[in-house]
Ligand binder design. Sequence first.
Ligand code: MN
Length: 533
Amino acid sequence: MISKLEEKKGKIVRIDGEVQQIQQTSGPTIFIINDESGTTEIAAFDKAGERSYPEIELDDAVQVIGEVNEHSGKTQIESSSMTKLSEENTIKLHKLIDDALNKKAEPQHVDFLVKSDVLNRLKPKMREAAQKIRRAILDGRTILLRHHNDADGICSGVAMEKAIIPLIEKANPSNDAQYYYFKRSPSKAPFYELEDVVKDLSFALEDQERHGQKLPLIVLLDNGSTEEDIVALMQAKIYDIEVVVIDHHSPGELLTKDERDGEIYGATVAVDEYVDTHVNPYLVGGDSQLTAGALATEVAHLINPNVKDLIKHLPAVAALGDRAECGEVYQYLQIASEKGFTKEHLAKIAECVDFEAYFLRFMNGRGIMDTILAVDNLDKHEKMINALYKEYQKRIDTQLKAALPNIKRTQLENGIYFNLIDVEKYAHKFTFPAPGKTCGFVHDHVIKELGEDKPIVTLGHGPDFGVFRATDAVNEEFGFNVNDIVSKMIERVPSAGIDGGGHECAGSIKYIEGLGEEVLFKVVEEIQSLTKK
Ligand code: MN
């Protein structure tokens, strides 16, 4: 057994295992193999730089005979022979390893950080997600995290990263394992788009070809639940890549649901055809107030309970970033305050994350984000937040100075306060805050004047896009929902190539420029036609 190799140094052993990876060095060929107990390196040498045992391929079951040695601090077998196992023995070994790995991958039983009915109903799915991720680590598959590029998405990604990397390092003998087996990237769009998936697939297929790596497990965070994600997910599925989604965006119509005593315990939605494990509060009767950051942190805690104290303040940052409010949020704020973070400071963290994400674009900014989120480099955290926050405010002031005098404000006949702003004409371009955020700040400004309990909708638009922000009151009293407006516009102006969506009270719409005025006019009509419930 591989786990017992260390005791056998200097001796000849015989090991049956599956080939996980094949690397050609300038010297020997390195085979990484595993059995039901662990993973080890096999060095095979014919001629320097030449592939040994060319007949042996990835995923083959092999029998290795060789001497146990140490190579730069790690246990290694120097093979004297390597042969493929018979079909019968291959099936036996495969089953043995599969069972052992599934058992090992099962997450521990730990309590959630907060008390929550929605989380309790989601628990089986969350445990399944944790098990899939733990299993992928043991399999030597790369974990490819993709997340929305805002405070909530980044909190989700960082919480997962902190849980996963120590397990990768434990499972793999090589020193830079985390760079091989882990990747975290933000998605620019608020969904998994073709641009993301083609990059992910081509890197994965190239790594498979060049470095003999297995295809990855894709984990989508704060993204992945909506119909817009399907095109990209479909491509991943063509390669049989496993996909886990942890998201809180509305996934659209529930196609089936398991309802008991008036509560939903599980539902399926359109995207489920392409997703292996889908964690989303809407599937158990919850909603987007439970953020992806909260869900991902809870799953991260299931994956690796050791990181609990390090990441337990992240759901509070995520909630403030997404402006979520629910019973769980108050508990998360309490947890963060026990770590010494005031609500005011947590909100600053969320804003600094968004600010820095704008400049990082496609980079994950690991070290910097760790500092801002206070999960590493703790001594630099305060300084960083102070510096960033000052600049952040300065830029917002500049933007609002341009935008505020140009808001078109009306109260519609149904009582909704409607604000329209052309964020292309009356805002600085290609700088922070970008149009979507600018619309958010304009909306906040109006709320401050009118009151949070009023039905207020703000639409910031350019020639070919619009960004919606609305108060909860419009959603509750009038049934306002960005996703409904987008679907209605697709029907009403079919030639405008309309696309978009988001949360009920915050989202966006895209259309072709030539029909921009018509779309905007009809959007306003739609909001006008809403009636108070
Ligand atoms: Mn979110």
